[in-house]
Write a protein that binds this ligand. Sequence first.
Ligand SMILES: *Cc1c(COP(=O)(O)O)cnc(C)c1O
Length: 413
Amino acid sequence: MTSPVDALGARAAALDAEHAGSDLRHLFDLPEGVYLAGNSLGALPRAVPVRLEAVVREQWGAEAVSAWNTRGWWHVPRRVGDRIGALVGAGEGQLVAGDSTSVALFQTFRAAARLRPGRRTVVTDPGSFPTDLYILQGVAADVGWQVVLAEPHEVPAALDAHGEDVALLALSHVDYRTGELWDLEGLTAAAHEVGALAAWDLCHSVGAVPVRLDEAGVDLAVGCTYKYLNGGPGSPAFTYVARRHHDAFEPAVRGWHGHAQPFAMSREHEPAPGIDRVRIGTPPLLSMLALEAALEVFDAVPIEVVRERSLSLTSFLLDCLDALVPEVELVTPRAPGRRGSQVSVRHAEAFGIVRALAARGVVGDYREPGIARFGIAAPYVTHSDVLATATELRRVLDTGEHLADVEAEGPVT
Ligand SMILES: *Cc1c(COP(=O)(O)O)cnc(C)c1O
């Protein structure tokens, strides 16, 4: 008789063969073991060190300040922005790379208040990523908004209740803890019904889930690039502003790179036409050019194919968990259409589980409250990795390794 593990092993092999065309591991320098933290920091694309070496030596080293013109450094935020735009359904000239997600959120929320003057309510998910909540609360205090907390499934009711007082609906496309994927199209339409704007945080969907910003009529969006886009630690964020809002978009942080004529050196700020007005100051070009090289991974397969592979992997992970570790509580929705690209489980000893798995070479991460996250970056994760995760988790629970007094390695869980 074949054991459940043998049967799953055969399925893993068959699924990996079926999805061989979207296995992009050859484009990465992967750490040892099974890497399931790509939703926190994506793995290193092989193109990145090569590009960085060339940029540093041939551009910075050999051309120095001339490279701003000869290498088009001034236009890199737009060039990279359009490349990301292609992954999130944004037509050209509506997306720009730069700054951090937190700063991009501030720029976006403040500008939203200016786009909807007289309205005093903002609706957001209490389960939003902390920085999103903090920045929103700060902006709300500055501009005089009341913050109405509603989980995404309660949002239509909240919008009904506050009607035309709502200036902005601010949500994340995918919940960073549970991996739940929310209805971007439907909730954007609901916001528009009361005349509000919809701003989406794409941190956990860009590079993992196809997004159709233009088609859905989204007003504003931000996201980071060091998760599923593999841009590297601290790589720049991005901001999307739908073209119809460009002229009225008033940047809160008015830097010289967002000026209509940056080298006129004038005393007054005059916002640049189009998306350039979102720019602030000199961007981290090494990071931005590393990100540009990292994005070449997505030239190899369309984002729809990445999504198909991701769903196959996360579905298989659910099957493996059901079969091998039925006692862990799944917090990720089972319906594929409601799932981003991670699987999360809740357990009283989730932190110990994450540490014990890491000791066995399976790297996930821990988030409060009591959640172990397994990020599935489809380009470099395989069905065999997924099975290994479940079998190692079984061993951890059987041996009690998760109960050992584990010390945190540092401030990051
Ligand atoms: C990762 C993440 C951030 C990170 O913000 P930074 O400014 O890059 O630190 C913000 N929001 C969400 C939803 C995230 O997932």
